[in-house]
Ligand binder design. Structure first.
Ligand code: PGA
Length: 268
């Protein structure tokens, strides 16, 4: 794992943006894994700003989102499709036909839909860079604690903690879905790079469990310890329960030097 600690959430977003921009620049047909939630919003704002400044184009990008609520229409403002339209897709030149979410309506078989999503990712050549947040309970995507570490895209029932954490996003008269389709942990592990962002004090325990805890289905993000190219971008608050700040900072400095010398900081 490459752990990089920044002063604040804005620095996390600015540096995550650099990763996405270099992927888009380096690959002719980049495949980007996207996430929803509060954490990636600043990243999307930065990407839109970079696009508007003429510094990147999404015309050749194919995207796969981590998750989508079960049985929700695309046009519902609470759908993750709407989130992506509002925060990114409507503001950049991505071809909407190349943007995918693991949708599943009430009359579709979630198992069939899950397999079809996996197949679509495969046909696109796999995900080059998967953007991730982390839940306060250690979930990635909607892979809640006890999720199989070898899971693939499927339907999951959300935990009470996730429902409570996300209830802030729903008005009193809106129904909050209790089930979602989500990429599995093995799907996420299949991405060539994963870039996980965590900000704020309420993520500190989950971050500590992910980085220094045992690999366990109780903290699904801990599986990233087994990923060859996992990059973890933290603000100081999210990193506040880690012991080894000075090592992570020093290692980051060394990696930057190596990058300048050999250009192998990343290689999509
Ligand atoms: P958040 O969610 O960015 O809204 O905190 C992260 C997650 O649940 O993965």
């Amino acid at each position: 794992m490459q752990i990089i600690i920044y002063d604040d959430a804005q620095q996390v977003a600015i540096n995550a943006t650099k990763w996405v921009q270099s992927l888009i620049k380096e690959k002719t047909e980049p495949v980007l894994g996207l996430a929803t939630g509060s954490t990636p919003i600043r990243l999307y704002q930065e990407l839109v700003a970079q696009y508007k400044a003429g510094n990147c184009s999404f015309t050749n990008v194919t995207s796969f989102n981590l998750d989508e609520y079960h049985s929700i229409s695309e046009s519902n403002p609470q759908s993750y499709r709407s989130f992506m339209q509002d925060n990114l897709f409507n503001h950049v030149d991505i071809d909407r036909a190349n943007t995918f979410l693991p949708t599943c309506s009430q009359d579709q078989n979630p198992r069939v839909q899950g397999l079809a999503y996996e197949e679509k990712i495969k046909q696109a050549g796999g995900i080059d860079l998967q953007i991730l947040g982390i839940g306060a309970n250690g979930h990635i995507g909607f892979n809640e604690p006890t999720s199989s570490l070898t899971s693939r895209t499927r339907i999951k029932t959300l935990t009470q903690q996730t429902l409570t954490d996300n209830s802030r996003l729903f008005a009193d008269n809106e129904i909050q879905p209790a089930m979602a389709m989500t990429m599995g942990i093995a799907t996420i592990m299949g991405a060539r790079y994963v870039l996980l962002m965590a900000t704020g004090k309420n993520k500190a325990q989950a971050v500590k469990d992910m980085i220094t805890g045992a690999v366990s289905a109780n903290c699904p993000a801990s599986m990233l310890q087994m990923h060859e190219n996992a990059v973890i971008l933290l603000d100081k608050e999210a990193a506040s329960m880690l012991d080894d700040h000075s090592y992570y900072q020093w290692a980051d400095k060394q990696n930057r030097k190596l990058n300048e010398e050999y250009g192998f900081y990343h290689n999509f």
